[in-house]
Design a protein around this ligand. Structure first.
Ligand SMILES: [Fe+2]
Length: 207
């Protein structure tokens, strides 16, 4: 648990650029404007309610009844925006990496093969209606599932723990890919850092 926070903060990026997969203008707008706005709005709503920041943002997502009902909708939306973007930017990498052996075994166990997992994940992301996300999540039995959520809903609201996501809002790809969402999905899948995905899996499951 993180204590003595004065507000929730964006995660720092460990890359400068994701060209040519994500153009620099999109990365800059997405990280510095969209993600910033969700973070600021979330903090403003929480401060208005004298929230004391003693818990992590994930704890708040799993215990949303600790904030007053009158602001809960707005907090849910911006908290989802904050958490989903934190995971999205965390998951990406500018370095070519091999998949960790443990992650490969997990994928084989849950989806048959890496190529099948890739196909299922991208096909699910093609099905997002309007704005939303596709996630790899851990369910209550520690199995991996691929799910979509709408708008800024986060899997924590549905009892899942997300460990990988692709943002399928148009702001994530439209400047470069325009209407070609499938090409964005095929390309961005190759810059997912599975070391981080596996790290999240291990941190969130009892081994
Ligand atoms: Fe986004």
């Amino acid at each position: 648990m993180v204590i003595n926070l004065t507000e929730y903060k964006k995660i720092p990026l460990d890359y400068q650029s994701l060209e040519p997969i994500i153009d620099n203008r999109t990365l800059n707008l997405h990280y510095n404007v969209h993600y910033q706005n969700y973070t600021d709005k979330l903090n403003n709503l929480l401060k208005k309610n004298n929230y004391d920041y003693q818990n992590s943002a994930i704890y708040l997502a799993q215990n949303i009844d600790i904030v007053p009902l009158e602001d809960r909708d707005e907090i849910l939306y911006n908290l989802g925006g904050y958490l989903n973007h934190s995971l999205y930017f965390y998951n990406l990498t500018d370095k070519k990496k091999d998949m960790p052996e443990g992650m490969q075994e997990l994928i084989n166990k849950n989806f048959g093969s890496l190529s099948n997992f890739r196909k299922e994940f991208i096909n699910m992301a093609k099905e997002v209606k309007g704005s939303g996300y596709t996630f790899l999540v851990i369910d209550k039995d520690n199995n991996l599932k691929i799910i979509n959520t709408s708008n800024q809903d986060t899997p924590y609201y549905y009892g899942f723990i997300p460990i990988m996501t692709i943002d399928v809002w148009e702001h994530a790809y439209y400047l470069k890919y325009t209407y070609n969402r499938p090409e964005y999905l095929e390309n961005i899948f190759d810059i997912i850092d599975f070391d981080k995905v596996y790290h999240l899996y291990l941190n969130n499951t009892k081994q």
